[in-house]
Design a protein around this ligand. Structure first.
Ligand SMILES: [Zn+2]
Length: 260
């Protein structure tokens, strides 16, 4: 048995508990009757996570479900293995569930040929589909489901009291989850999701990577402003909505403008 070090009442984060980096953030949300995990991380960190949970004295039989924040390999590769060990179910947004169930290597970033990244993506059945406004019960705790697409289309956030488990929407340094057309990213959706997070009255953001931080409206607004800039930048390819330089160029072509 080891001493539990919750971040907040009813919330343990496994990297924080272990005082070392094991995986992506793995949130254990619990009361005396039940517990769940929000993400599990890579398959090779499952044994460490499960051993930690055992030492923290959470009975496996009280695990209600395993929730996937979204279908990226670094968050969910270990789901299939963890599900078998814990004999529990999986919960995800329908747009994430299709990739989890098919083990889609491209959509989950398990396979990035151009960077010589080749990982396994064990398929896993998703028993519970959830969407915006749904409520998840963990013992006597209630989690409100927010669908916050942008980084990827199936991204979930969870609200519990003054806490928002915010997925890959925004991190403590103002960075956001990777924007990539192949991955179903949408900058307009991302901006909408960040505006929802900005408007919500949660006090703390619990992201899926890096440290938990106090919700900072100025930081979120700066991030929204940055992404609004991305909408008009060639850097973001087909994720941008336009490229003003092309309009300018057309004008200059008509004018027969010479370089200056
Ligand atoms: Zn991520």
């Amino acid at each position: 048995m080891i001493h539990r070090t919750p971040l907040f009442p009813n919330v343990i984060e496994l990297n924080h508990q272990a005082q070392r980096r094991i995986s992506c953030s793995v949130y254990l949300i619990y009361d005396e009757n039940a517990w769940t995990l929000f993400d599990i991380g890579y398959e090779d960190s499952v044994d460490d996570c499960i051993e930690l949970i055992r030492q923290l004295d959470f009975p496996f039989s009280k695990c209600t479900t395993l929730i996937a924040s979204h279908a990226d390999v670094d968050h969910i590769q270990g789901l299939s293995k963890a599900k078998q060990i814990l004999k529990t179910s999986v919960t995800a947004h329908p747009l994430a569930a299709r990739y989890l169930e098919s083990g889609d290597k491209l959509a989950t970033y398990a396979e990035i040929t151009a960077q010589d990244i080749h990982m396994e993506m064990p398929p896993v059945k998703v028993e519970h589909l959830v969407g915006d406004g749904d409520r998840l019960q963990v013992g006597n705790l209630e989690l409100e489901v927010l669908h916050t697409p942008g980084h990827t289309d199936g991204q979930l956030s969870l609200r519990m009291g003054n806490l928002l488990f915010s997925g890959d929407n925004i991190f403590r340094d103002g960075c956001v989850g990777a924007i990539d057309a192949h991955h179903g990213s949408s900058i307009p959706d991302f901006i909408t999701s960040l505006k929802r997070i900005l408007a919500c009255d949660a006090e703390w953001l619990l992201p899926s990577h890096g440290p938990v931080f106090r919700k900072d409206d100025a930081l979120i607004q700066r991030t929204i402003d940055r992404l609004e800039g991305y909408l008009h930048m060639a850097d973001f390819g087909t994720c941008a909505i336009d490229w003003p330089l092309m309009d300018q160029w057309e004008k200059e072509l008509v004018e027969g403008k010479q370089p200056e």
